[in-house]
Design a binder for this molecule. Structure first.
Ligand code: BG6
Length: 350
């Protein structure tokens, strides 16, 4: 698999803050065209705030130039860039309400979400590598512009590329970052279209929301399918998913290339063995009981389908510790030039 080219921050920045309705403070950093600021320099905002961001900023300064740009970018309250596994740049979001999330720019992959200290609701597989030779196996990787097997590599290329930080802001103590991915030679070698993906992530006290906007920036129509391949920490023998009864299913077991059609008859779907099943026209909310004492609501807008996956004995070392509940868009999305497709997901606990 070809290595991804480094793709740092491509712009300068301006830093703004304002008071919103009800006196809520809101600040954000928006990127402007490159000539306005060298990505090699820390932003004035970072240089002026050594207390809160100093340590993490210093770690950032040891990175290559693209990562330095990323460190400089993450200047909103509760957003910082640290050195993650394999020295890859990792964003750490910390809300004023005690929740935390971690996101690798490689793959635009959220790898951790904690509403309570020391209790991660997401799962990263023990065989995950952080060397850019493979996508990060775990957390919430993107499958784009292809879900599953097909003409290009399994699950497309977005999980194998470096995303950049387009914007970071903070609203009422809730950190918000927007990541961006654009086409480059690596993506073009598999899918010859110009596109922009914007991925906005909002961490609140009890929830983690994402909004994915895919825009066709080409002069010709394009089409894709996609999914958020989320790994939830779970006890597989006790985990269950509610809300899928009545959905048409495409069971990828035994042959993912020729799924079997069916209909879900169960109120509560469990994971008694190998599970790999697509649910078409899934509802806007399903409820995951992770079997570890947490009930997680998985809401969506415009992610029309869902996928449940547990590899069972194919991954003997870890299958007991997670289930994948994925929001997906299985049918092709057709985009004319300049058209966008938007889908939102909200993960929340009571
Ligand atoms: O190991 P990967 O490439 O991350 O994919 C894992 C699984 O991802 C799921 O989304 C698919 O439904 C499965 O068919 C697939 O095996």
């Amino acid at each position: 698999m070809p290595r991804t080219e480094p793709q740092g921050i491509d712009g300068g920045d301006s830093f703004l803050s304002m008071r919103g309705p009800g006196g809520a403070t809101r600040s954000w950093r928006r990127f402007l065209p490159r000539p306005l600021r060298s990505p090699l320099l820390p932003s004035p905002a970072l240089a002026d705030s050594p207390g809160r961001y100093g340590r993490r900023c210093r770690v950032g300064m040891a990175f290559a130039s693209a990562e330095k740009g990323a460190a400089a970018a993450a200047a909103a309250a509760g957003v910082s860039v640290t050195e993650g596994e394999g020295k890859l740049p990792k964003l750490v979001l910390t809300s004023a309400h005690g929740s935390e999330a971690e996101i690798y720019l490689y793959g635009g992959c959220i790898t951790s979400w904690k509403v309570a200290k020391d209790k991660d609701l997401l799962f990263v597989r023990p065989d995950a590598v952080f060397n850019k030779k493979k996508p990060i196996s775990g957390g919430a990787p993107h499958c784009f512009p292809q879900f599953g097997p097909g003409p290009m590599q399994q699950h497309g290329f977005a999980r194998n590329m470096d995303w950049s930080i387009a914007e970071s802001q903070s609203e009422d103590g809730n950190p918000i970052v927007t990541l961006e991915l654009k086409d480059g030679p690596y993506s073009r070698s598999m899918w010859d279209f110009s596109f922009q993906a914007l991925y906005k992530i909002i961490l609140r006290e009890k929830s983690l929301s994402t909004e994915l906007i895919i825009t066709n920036t080409d002069t010709k129509p394009s089409s894709f399918n996609t999914a958020l391949h989320t790994y939830f920490r779970a006890s597989v023998t006790a985990a269950s998913v509610k809300g899928l009864k009545g959905c048409k299913t495409l069971n990828k077991d035994p042959d993912p290339k020729n799924p079997l059609e069916g209909k879900e008859e169960r109120d509560i779907v469990t994971f008694p063995g190998f599970v790999d099943c697509i649910y078409l026209n899934a509802p806007s909310e399903v409820i995951l009981d992770n079997g570890l004492g947490d009930t997680i609501s998985i809401q969506n807008t415009n992610w029309s389908d869902a996928v449940l996956w547990n590899p069972y004995l194919q991954m003997e070392a870890c299958y007991r510790d997670f289930v994948c509940v994925e929001n997906a868009k299985i049918g092709n999305v057709q985009l004319e030039p300049k058209q966008s497709w938007v889908a939102k997901q909200i993960l929340s606990v009571a």
